[in-house]
Design a protein around this ligand. Sequence first.
Ligand code: HEM
Length: 487
Amino acid sequence: MELLHRTLLATIGALSVFYALVKVSLGYWKRRGILHEKPKFLWGNIKGVVQGKRHAQDALQEIYSNYKGRAPFVGFFACLKPFILALDLELVHNILFTDAGHFTSRGLYSNSDGEPLSGNLLQMDGHKWRSLHAKSAEVFTPANIQKLLPRLVQISAGIQKDLSSAKLQQTHNISQLVAGYNVNVLASMAFGLGDRGVEEFSQWAHNYWGKFSLWRAYLALEFPLIARLLQYKSYAEAATSYFERITLSQLKEQRGRDRQPLQTFLHLYSNASQPLSDIQIAAQAFGFLVAGLTPLNATLGFCLYELARQPELQDRVRAEIRKTLQQHDSQLSGECLRDLKYSKQVLNETLRLHTPYPFLLRRATKDFELPKSVFIIARGNNVLIPTAAIHRDPEIYPEPERFDPDRFEEEAMNLRPKAAFLPFGDGLRGCIAKRFVEQVLLVGLVALLQHHRYSPCAETTMPVEYNNRMLLLAPKSDIKLKVERVD
Ligand code: HEM
């Protein structure tokens, strides 16, 4: 009886401490006197997101619409973690550009000693990120990206090959088709693989998370020092050791050759004036896969989905592609890509309506006093820029749900502030591969549309649904469309 009594008391004690801790955590914005969304016990303001009932993008859009115009930012909680949601474009501009020096961190977990491949640009912060970024900036120059184009065009021929096996009027799995191209691009450009080995690469490229545990990831974000001490790993060890092995062996093989063709990031990194160590190069290659594969797949998939729904726009893109190629002797050169203006507008509109990274993350590295205001973003505060909500703000993009590439005509773009369109983020921590990505998407779109027409079929989910279990935006199920050859 006494044991039962003690156990009961201990349980009540533990629950009271837990309750008090939660209450203290959720009182953060109130104590600071900052406008905030009232949090729910444990879930904060993202109830439904953790359970997969709604996408993080929807939760953020709701807070953005409720508070925009009332203050430059609003506080909210992702579970117990306090965040600042930037509400006005001037503040976004300050964070990304004018005062970017206060916001050079992202606050993700990495442990380059215990898990070397987590030492990549996306995950690193502080002086280690600065040094990596300086060395990588030397690799991602416009001239170098142009050097990658011939190999990219070669890889895109695989799309035509895949499509040529599609029977007339057949339903095609578009998500698989575009993933095939993007996986090949990353296998070749980031890891230096030839056609051999791509199948194994593709399997690991879709399975590197291992047994993902949300609460462990949450604790690693909240207590990174303890997580490092306990050697918490973000990815499956078998996957990271595979990626490490192939990069190191490609680098070795490449050094054994007399001449370097400079057609991959591996070549470019090892030819840089301040080269990284081999393991650091492997970490960057892995980071490119983590940062790039899902958004590349999503963008090309959503783009074809939108064009299938609006055949007149699709015909216009195809006509532009054919005419431009004709003007450039069928050579998909840099000049040819520059002339594909409408195709670029279509890709931009896809990135606006289906923003692959629905938000940007920053952590204040020093106190930031908002200009002409009494507000302070304190050192250590996590800031979130709700790009998807900005891209769907009717005051910036009238009728935001409508897919309309004319929004990206040069004149219309010049009328909007720079911070109104941020699919690649921007400033110091913007997507370092933006130019490369634009090239990959355009070359892919040319191969997809030049000889083929896409239309919805019985298996097309309309409107498209998003996968609520992912923070990045991706379709809930594979996009399927009817494909026909048009010559
Ligand atoms: C459609 C495809 C892509 C989109 C929409 C995209 C978008 C983004 C965004 C929004 C960020 C965060 C920017 C910020 O916080 O301001 C980012 C970071 C990054 N992206 Fe991309 N990305 C794409 C593909 C790629 C690819 C293919 C690569 C590599 C080849 C890549 C490499 C990176 C890296 C390394 C970072 C971290 C940069 C840093 O923190 O210094 N991305 N990307």
